[in-house]
Design a protein. Structure first.
Length: 502
């Protein structure tokens, strides 16, 4: 009877092929695919991957910008019981080499970049490398059109997303078919998605914030419009041309669209979105769904599929993270794993349908994160008297710059790799545009010399550019608590602040 209750992403696509034979599934430049066309391409791609040894549990890696191929690769992996990973294309060669070593994919589909080519040279993998565009099309075309016969269950991991660089290196969170479908249903409810919903994938698809809307749109049988990266005028053009309902946007991105459309060249009225300022509100249709009315508020992380709580379920409540998704339940736990009373701070912990399956190849970390049968998020929160939840901040300090999470340990590792650096610590400082940015506190080796620009440029070469410190301050010593930096003392001395939840 188990098969009667199974629903996978591949099954969803098969249902859309039958139920939506005329509907557009994906748009990317000149590419326009109906659901039947997408279904056939996914089958061909899956069979081509299978011929290269991709089967249950094997990994497929994408190294490139946004593309309809990301959705195709995910769905092809889904039909094989395999795991697909869209990696952060903005990373350095060293970071990409780490992912290649860690994930050991059977197939890598890539777009040309200097960092990727260097990473490939550093890590000789027994893998098939398929270059995007022409080679990819030839590769896909070589696969048969019949649907693969692999039996895949809903609890099978299908998507890996690198996150949680707590110790200076990221971990791949594994999300199952069940988890992704459950999260999509919750998001569809909160966003009040209806027939004809069209999502513009202009945020990075290696980020759960874009991926969760891409998948919710796919699941409801809507249209995903892909653009390689955010470019204001092109985003405006696509919103008008494809009548997009939603897009991945936040404050600075919205400001860029307002500037790009200051003369009213583009009709953005199809976009049902969050109120931002009078100029923006006049261009779009301000949406009244719980998701938009709450300004897309709540608490989430990659490990829960996106959002764990929604402010839209607690508008007007005391807790500004709202209440949990209908398909999960949340407890605030102390260090012993016991639930704390309302008003007390503890670790946000959760169970439910959208929770991840653990990190790839991290047994010890997985045991700790799931201790007592709860997913321990690593974040602090409080249950208010009215039942709503307040997010306090990470147990391990984190910097939030625009919509990106930056872990000090990761930046510190990069700073310390500079030949002139003896010790370093990284704090977050307020930033007028992005909310917060990184500042490095650096101790130089005796007799060594380096400038602020030297350190920043060095870090840019070690990790993704957006993680580099904006400021560097040279000091004689880093204050410590035991063996670790005393971050509170550093904040007080060097202007730290504006941390998430503060």
């Amino acid at each position: 009877m188990g098969a009667v209750h199974t629903l996978t992403l591949g099954d969803v696509l098969g249902e859309h092929r039958r139920g939506r034979p005329l509907d557009i599934a994906a748009v990317d430049g000149d590419v326009r695919l109906t659901y039947p066309e997408l279904d056939e391409r996914v089958n061909r791609l899956a069979n081509a991957l299978a011929a290269d040894g991709v089967g249950p549990g094997e990994r497929v890696l994408w190294l490139g910008q946004n593309s309809f191929r990301v959705l195709e690769l995910l769905l092809a992996s889904a039909r094989l019981g395999a795991i697909f990973c869209p990696a952060n294309w903005r990373q350095s060669a060293d970071e990409l080499a780490y992912i290649l070593n860690d994930l050991t994919p059977k197939v890598v589909v890539w777009e040309e970049s200097e960092a990727t080519e260097k990473a490939r040279e550093q890590v000789p993998l027994d893998a098939r490398w398929v270059k995007s565009a022409e080679e990819y099309e030839s590769y896909l075309g070589g696969g048969g059109a019949d649907e693969p016969s692999a039996e895949v269950s809903g609890d099978t991991p299908v998507l890996a997303m690198y996150t949680a660089a707590f110790d200076g290196r990221p971990n791949a969170a594994l999300l199952s078919h069940d988890a992704l479908i459950a999260h999509s249903v919750s998001l569809q409810h909160m966003r009040q998605m209806e027939n004809g919903f069209t999502f513009l994938d202009c945020g990075p698809l290696f980020h759960v914030g874009t991926m969760m809307f891409c998948l919710a749109t796919f699941q409801i049988g809507g249209k995903n419009v892909f653009t390689p990266a955010y470019e204001p005028k092109e985003v405006c053009r696509l919103i008008e041309a494809e009548r997009c309902t939603q897009a991945f946007l936040f404050g600075p991105m919205i400001d860029g669209l307002v500037t790009a459309n200051s003369e009213g060249t583009y009709d953005l009225s199809s976009l049902h979105f969050v109120s931002h300022n009078p100029e923006w509100d006049a261009m779009i249709t301000v949406d009244s769904s719980p998701w938009c009315a709450s300004k897309m508020g709540g608490y989430g992380q990659t490990e829960v599929g996106g959002m764990l709580t929604f402010l839209g379920l607690g508008i007007g409540g005391a807790g500004y993270a709202g209440r949990p998704s209908p398909l999960v339940h949340v407890r605030i736990l102390d260090a012993s794993g016991d639930e704390v009373t309302p008003g007390e701070v503890g670790e946000i912990s959760a169970r439910g349908h959208s929770i991840f399956s653990g990190y790839f190849n991290r047994p010890e970390l997985n045991a700790a994160k799931s201790a007592g049968g709860w997913h321990h998020t690593g974040d602090l929160g409080r249950r208010e008297a009215d039942g709503t939840i307040t997010f306090i901040g990470p147990k391990l300090r984190m910097i939030k710059s625009a919509n990106e999470n930056i872990y000090p340990a990761e930046v510190e590792r990069a700073v310390k790799a500079h030949a002139a650096v003896a010790d370093a610590a990284v704090i977050g400082v307020p930033d007028e545009r992005f909310g917060q940015t990184a500042k490095a506190i650096v101790v130089l080796k005796e007799g060594a010399a380096a400038t602020e620009e030297d350190i920043i440029e060095h870090v840019r070469g070690e990790i993704a550019s957006y993680k580099k410190p904006k400021y560097v301050e040279f000091v004689a010593a880093i204050p410590k608590k035991g063996y670790t930096p005393d971050y509170d003392a550093l904040d007080e001395s060097y202007g730290g602040g504006a941390y998430p939840g503060a």
